[in-house]
Write a protein that binds this ligand. Structure first.
Ligand code: ADP
Length: 281
């Protein structure tokens, strides 16, 4: 099984003809609400891709909490380890204009309060793989990684949003999942991690580890929106970690490519959809 310790947001996406100027009000065309946050997106993808998945995070005491937890549960994610804390659920307010340009305000809210409590510790110890990102406090990321290491659970980090990694954390990692920018920015730290998976956008992905290097070329798909493709890739990779490196890389690449064909970050393909896609490649 997979445990994701990370962030969850309610995303509100408003589409308008043009952005309002300061003090001005404009009439929008549409608004949609969805579950976001890298942690929750990756948990959703892992569950959809076939792995029993537990999400460890925190939500606030508001209506947004219900929306995001229902959405995760509907994707098959175990949300029983999510804490309820005072204040607001994480929130991303996205405004998109007719040209596709966006303005985004993110309020971390409860994501700033995520801790590894006893329940989370048990879930991490019982899991095969722990998948982490950097949208929660770094101390919690390190705590989760150490808990996993002590229990023999594989520790994977997607270092996003990119920031310097303390040596203490790097030394606890079994693998990193980085895009080209992260690979470049964190080159020194990445060199010290046993398994390095690099996503290459439309060019697919490659992985290097003790057993050598494998690559999976990009799938030619009709791209609608690549938002969330990296999260879908990471979740599917974690869910398929038990497979040989070339196999899990190919399935993660399919999950990323399929996500790029749909609008919105929260979509992630099921194991059956990945099978069907790969069967015709
Ligand atoms: P991020 O979105 O995190 O920057 P990438 O751009 O490397 O990461 O994309 C992550 C994964 O999503 C890729 O490895 C691939 O599987 C898939 N993907 C992204 N863009 C495309 C694309 N244009 N065509 C096919 N697959 C894509």
């Amino acid at each position: 099984s997979v445990v994701v310790v990370g962030s969850v947001n309610l995303d509100a996406v408003t589409v308008c003809e043009r952005f309002p100027r300061p003090g001005e009000t404009v009439t929008g065309r549409s608004v949609t609400f969805g579950q976001g946050g890298k942690g929750a997106n990756q948990a959703r993808s892992a569950a959809r891709a076939g792995g029993a998945t537990v999400f460890v995070g925190a939500v606030g005491e508001d209506a947004a909490a219900v929306t995001v937890l229902d959405s995760l549960a509907a994707a098959g994610v175990d949300v029983t380890r999510v804490a309820r804390v005072q204040g607001s659920t994480g929130f991303a307010n996205v405004t998109v204009d007719a040209s596709g340009e966006n303005h985004i305000v993110v309020v971390p809210g409860a994501n700033a309060e995520v801790l590894v409590d006893d329940g989370a510790r048990q879930a991490i110890a019982a899991a095969d793989v722990l998948l982490l990102q950097l949208e929660i406090p770094l101390a919690t990321v390190v705590d989760a990684a150490r808990t996993a290491r002590e229990a023999g659970t594989v520790v994977l980090l997607n270092p996003s949003p990119v920031q310097d990694l303390p040596d203490e954390l790097v030394d606890l990692l079994d693998g990193v999942i980085v895009n080209r920018d992260e690979a470049h920015a964190l080159a020194e730290a990445v060199r010290r991690v046993p398994q390095v998976v690099t996503t290459l956008g439309g060019d697919g992905a490659r992985a290097s580890g003790p057993d050598g290097e494998v690559a999976t070329p990009g799938f030619a798909v009709r791209v609608v929106d690549t938002t969330g493709a990296g999260d879908a890739f990471a979740g599917a990779l974690a869910a398929n970690w038990h497979l040989p490196p070339a196999e899990r890389l190919r399935r993660a690449n399919a999950a990323g490519a399929l996500t790029a064909t749909g609008a919105g970050a929260a979509a992630a393909p099921s194991a059956a959809e990945i099978d069907a896609f790969l069967a015709v490649q």
